[in-house]
Design a protein around this ligand. Sequence first.
Ligand SMILES: CC(C)(COP(=O)(O)OP(=O)(O)OC[C@H]1O[C@@H](n2cnc3c(N)ncnc32)[C@H](O)[C@@H]1OP(=O)(O)O)[C@@H](O)C(=O)NCCC(=O)NCCS
Length: 177
Amino acid sequence: MIRPATVHDVPRIAAIINSHAELGRMLFKSYAQLYEDLRDFAVCQIEEQVAGCAALSVIWADLAEVRSLAVDGKFQGRGIGKQLVGWAIEEARRLQIRRIMSLTYEQPFFEKCGFAVVPKESLPLKVWSDCVRCPKKDGCDEIAMVRTLEDLPIIEAPNAPPTPRGVSIPVLDDIED
Ligand SMILES: CC(C)(COP(=O)(O)OP(=O)(O)OC[C@H]1O[C@@H](n2cnc3c(N)ncnc32)[C@H](O)[C@@H]1OP(=O)(O)O)[C@@H](O)C(=O)NCCC(=O)NCCS
């Protein structure tokens, strides 16, 4: 069962995410960050246990990001990750957001979920706000992937400020020069 997360889920969400973060697969999340972003989160509950989580974060009028997608090791390979991405897609559709993106090391998984690789520079600058907290900020090796909900109308909205070139913190420093 996929359902919106509540405060009761936060310790379990933190444990799942941070078990993968320890292996360098994703960013660590503190309780403070999880409480702040709780309304973005859904969990997959199997019987009494939370088996995985995902968040959908709104970036712009035409872009939302799947974040913090994580499935407990003992529940992997049972379709839970795909169901959580399905939830994120339906949430984007509910919000009428046409493109969903992910920064990931899991290219084959996201391809199975209908995402395609895009150049990082095609994403707006705002996407890189988490880079300051990332140990790999100077050498980002994540893959940018996007799925477009072609059936949703293209929205008339101001363009998000673009990513000038590359995504690392030194590049962000360059912008200030
Ligand atoms: C990536 C992750 C979310 C996948 O969750 P999961 O529940 O194990 O994946 P699913 O069982 O839903 O897999 C869906 C499909 O993707 C495929 N798949 C999953 N992981 C894959 C991998 N690493 N390589 C190739 N295919 C993969 C499955 O075989 C399945 O294919 P099918 O639809 O043809 O049967 C999970 O492995 C995870 O939590 N990884 C660590 C954290 C992480 O990397 N999160 C992503 C951050 S963006």
